[in-house]
Design a protein around this ligand. Structure first.
Ligand code: NI
Length: 160
């Protein structure tokens, strides 16, 4: 396993659409392990393959720190409700902005063994699934921000 370099906004790889994973190879398994390690090391709750420069439809998410989801070729089946709140991205360090997302998401994906499974989430998990899946379409949350993009420090001051 290895920590991979996280690409930052301005890097063209973040604006490209990702390709389906057709089969699980040792190389792709290694990528998934590296993505998890890279996400945890950066204290993130999600990471998509293009953020480490790989244009494959793979995301990893862990909103609790002990319950990782590996989502290969994820698809959203159902959404409902709405939540409006602050969002951040490891590819946009030090920034945050308000984004409205569904409050409930049901998705289907393959795991690292290419077994199909369903994920259901509300609140942060629902937000993370939407955010990470946007990365696979080459979309960043900064283009969906309501109001303006803020510095994380600015937000911390505001909340004090
Ligand atoms: Ni992100």
């Amino acid at each position: 396993m290895a920590i991979r370099n996280i690409r930052e906004i301005g890097d063209g790889v973040l604006n490209k659409k990702c390709k389906e994973v057709k089969e699980m190879t040792p190389r792709t398994k290694e990528l998934i392990e590296d993505m998890l390690e890279t996400m945890y090391e950066a204290n993130g709750v999600g990471l998509a393959a293009p953020q480490v420069g790989i244009l494959k439809r793979i995301v990893v998410i862990d909103v609790t720190g002990e319950d990782p989801y590996v989502m290969v070729n994820p698809r959203i089946l159902e959404v409902s409700g709405e939540q409006t709140g602050h969002e951040g991205c490891l590819s946009v360090p030090g920034k945050t902005g308000v984004v409205t997302r569904p409050n409930y998401v049901k998705a289907v994906a393959y795991n690292e063994n290419m077994e199909l499974y369903e994920v259901e989430g509300t609140e942060l998990l629902a937000r993370a699934i939407c955010h990470e899946m946007d990365h696979l379409e080459g979309k960043l949350y900064v283009d969906m921000v309501e109001g303006r993009l803020m510095d994380v420090e600015e937000l911390e001051d505001e909340e004090e």
